[in-house]
Design a binder for this molecule. Structure first.
Ligand SMILES: CC(C)(COP(=O)(O)OP(=O)(O)OC[C@H]1O[C@@H](n2cnc3c(N)ncnc32)[C@H](O)[C@@H]1OP(=O)(O)O)[C@@H](O)C(=O)NCCC(=O)NCCS
Length: 162
């Protein structure tokens, strides 16, 4: 068997399993000042309208090793990104974009009207990712983030799905 294929193949994106939550919590902790622990992720996963997608490499051993994840909540035809995070080792390789694209595809298939998110205006990688997917700024909240790099301004962004 050619194992190199597994390490170079594009990541798959699929719904997270309960057994993945500790690793997703670890990625969250490496990505944000306030970590959402396994219990918090489990509570979210159990809520109506919440979808947790993870990106992972296909493994020749059947092991699950998440590279990143996204959490979306949908209510009455509108959806919101609650969080998206990619392991620092796997950033800049298209994982975040793949997660967003798969989430948007699923929301579109579910006839969702639009997707919102909030992002720190100083978070260039995230803002550029969202703009590259068609999100546009529809508002801002000054002083929203306390631990950010910039002045704490949150941009409210939206993409129409219909
Ligand atoms: C934001 C984040 C999810 C992006 O994930 P990623 O896998 O590194 O992003 P991708 O490799 O898919 O990049 C997609 C696009 O985003 C932009 N981008 C991503 N990282 C970038 C960087 N360091 N500098 C500039 N642009 C960047 C580019 O437009 C890129 O498209 P391109 O490769 O065609 O030029 C990741 O940086 C992360 O986990 N950050 C910490 C958590 C966080 O800030 N989450 C967002 C909260 S709102």
């Amino acid at each position: 068997m050619n194992f190199w294929w597994f390490w170079t193949s594009p990541p798959v994106v699929e719904e997270a399993l309960d057994e993945d939550l500790p690793k997703l919590a670890e990625i969250h902790g490496l990505s944000f000042p306030h970590q959402w622990d396994e219990d918090e992720l489990s509570r979210l996963k159990g809520q109506d309208g919440v979808m947790i997608l993870e990106a992972r490499r296909a493994s020749p051993y059947g092991t699950r090793n998440p590279l990143g994840f996204i959490i979306i909540r949908s209510v009455a035809g509108e959806a919101e990104v609650l969080t998206i995070a990619v392991h620092p080792r796997s950033r800049g390789r298209g994982v975040g974009k793949k997660l967003m694209q798969e989430a948007i595809f699923r929301l579109y298939s579910d006839r969702c009207e639009c997707l919102f998110l909030e992002v720190d205006s100083a978070n260039d990688p995230a803002v550029l990712l969202y703009k590259s997917l068609g999100f546009r700024q529809i508002g801002e909240r000054k002083g929203y983030y306390r631990n950010g790099k910039g002045d704490g301004t949150a941009l409210v962004m939206r993409v129409d799905l219909r």
